[in-house]
Write a protein that binds this ligand. Structure first.
Ligand code: HEC
Length: 498
């Protein structure tokens, strides 16, 4: 009898394991309706390792077990065994082989027109200054809020695609804003009518979008497939450009695509090959690629005022140390090394005048340090010790102060500091909610107010007088990760990234 029970128990265990091992079947039964039979996403997000890069495995397990509150993602703990849930979590981090395709036909078929061009009113439906609006990306529940930058009040809130990636980009007149999402969706949003007008899926896993200075082109940088996708202003597919290395053979993921407005070109940072690409749109749709082939991979950039020189950081070496270098896009070659310790975050660099010099200042991902580099000589000319490794540095032409965070420091992630741009002294510390991540400043058009993010699900936008550093207002928001002022972006303010 004992033996029979033992055998039965063994049988149950074996069948449990057999079931748990069959994650693909469970996926088709329980998940495919929302996440797509091919895991490319549908009503729910894509579940591929590339797309889940920022989702930690324990969190994936928790989501499958318990669900996510206030979303359609329900927990499966009542229907699936812990082993089955474990197997499903492992399954979604397993690459699909061969890599899933996303081509011209897929892109064209995905396009959704919500409002045909010309069908919406040609002037704003609100009183606020359309050039002083802010778009606030709320990652907590995948929405954007639109703020009146004079009254500092929200005037609209809209749902977005899952997980916007890279900054939203404005059309040159500031009427439209383009969003790119993690899963490759590009959405064109009409700020004057506070609504999405057209969307298209340009890839499976995307990094960001750039909009040309003439407003005619939208370029999408993808991880999957490894390409660039060129769209027109109404998000019609124009062409896909595989990111084939100069040496041939292999393609690269795209780290980011930038609009180099004064050059009328898109500049592309590659993640896997030591190349910088430039595609000119001066004479119409970009076709030809001008390559700068380097010794090192540079995937995080700052452009100087002329946009002829790119300050790039190499990937950290074994000791976690990256190197900075200057690449001239006209000579298509490296022209100097930069002397920046730690790991500069050049993509967040800003420019200002200091002691008669034009300097760029960069935060550092590894050290509590801001480094000042003379943009003429490329020498390091100053530095500021901060509270800890930080991500963003922001200022405005009319502000005395530059603000930086210490997001990467467990003890100081809740504090922003204001640095006096002339004396390089720390003029103030802003720590509105102890223990809560506080970062990413953007100024109003006139530079009077600084808006910063309390990056929590029950977070807020906290607004400071940029002169007195006193808090003036708090607007509750759902994990507001970034905010973008129309004027500062379309005029390429020196105090913010573009
Ligand atoms: C009814 C639709 C639906 C079903 C069925 C469903 N999901 Fe989801 N799932 C979603 C939605 C919507 C989200 C996004 C939730 C949010 O906004 O954070 C999501 C999110 C997730 C995430 C987190 C993704 C990320 O990047 O944060 C994982 C992992 C996940 N689902 C796994 C599964 C698995 C495994 C199954 C099957 C056992 C499943 N889901 C079934 C709709 C669904």
């Amino acid at each position: 009898m004992k033996r029979v029970i033992a055998l039965l128990a063994l049988g149950a265990l074996i069948s449990g394991i057999a079931q748990a091992a069959d994650a693909p079947t469970n996926f088709q039964t329980h998940c495919a309706s929302c996440h797509g039979a091919d895991r490319l996403g549908g009503f729910g997000p894509a579940l591929l390792p590339e797309n889940l890069e920022r989702l930690r495995k324990p969190e994936a397990l928790r989501v499958i077990r318990e669900g996510r509150i206030a979303t359609q993602m329900q927990g499966f703990a009542d229907r699936l065994s812990p082993e089955e849930i474990q197997a499903l979590a492992a399954y979604v981090y397993t690459p699909v082989s061969p890599a899933p395709k996303w081509d011209e036909a897929d892109t064209k078929a995905s396009r959704i027109v919500h409002h045909a061009p010309g069908s919406l009113p040609n002037k704003p439906i609100f009183q606020a200054d359309p050039k002083n609006l802010f778009v606030v990306v709320e990652a907590g529940d995948h929405h954007v809020s639109v703020l009146d930058g004079d009254k500092l009040e929200p005037i609209g809130r809209s749902a977005t695609r899952f997980a916007l990636h890279g900054g939203p980009k404005y059309s040159p007149d500031g009427r439209y804003v383009y969003f790119g999402s993690r899963d490759g969706w590009v959405s064109k949003y009409d700020l004057w009518n506070l609504t999405t007008v057209v969307e298209v899926r340009a890839g499976i896993n995307a990094r960001n979008v750039a909009v040309s200075n003439d407003g005619k082109w939208v370029m999408v940088g993808n991880y999957l497939p490894q390409n660039l996708v060129l769209l027109d202003a109404d998000l019609n597919f124009v062409r896909a450009i595989p990111t084939m290395a100069a040496a041939g053979g292999k393609t690269s993921r795209v780290s980011a695509v930038y609009d180099a407005a004064p050059r009328s070109s898109f500049v592309v940072a590659m993640k896997d090959t030591p190349e910088i690409w430039e595609l000119s749109y001066a004479k119409g749709a970009p076709v030809n690629v001008a390559r700068t082939v380097l010794d090192d991979i540079l995937d995080d950039f700052y452009f100087d005022d002329s946009y002829a020189n790119v300050f790039g950081a190499t990937r950290p070496d074994g000791n976690g140390v990256g190197k900075g270098q200057v690449v001239n896009l006209n000579q298509r070659a490296k022209v100097a090394d930069l002397d920046v310790p730690g790991m500069p975050h050049l993509g967040s660099g800003i420019a200002f005048d200091w002691q008669g010099k034009r300097v760029m200042a960069t935060p550092n991902l590894k050290e509590g340090l801001i480094t000042l580099i003379d943009t003429q000589t490329w020498r390091t000319v100053g530095s500021v010790r901060t509270l800890g490794p930080g991500f963003f540095l922001r200022s405005h032409e009319k502000s005395r102060y530059a603000f930086t965070d210490a997001m990467m420091s467990p003890t100081a992630k809740d504090t922003l500091i204001a640095i006096d741009k002339q004396t390089l002294e720390i003029a103030g510390q802003l720590r509105p909610v102890p223990g809560k991540t506080f970062a990413h400043v953007e100024f109003t058009r006139d530079g009077r107010y600084a808006l910063a993010s309390l990056m929590e699900n029950d977070g807020a936008l906290i607004i400071f007088d940029a002169q007195t550093l006193h808090e003036v207002k708090r607007l509750p928001m759902s994990k507001p990760i970034g905010k973008y002022n129309v004027w500062n972006k379309i005029t390429r303010s020196e105090g913010t990234s573009h």
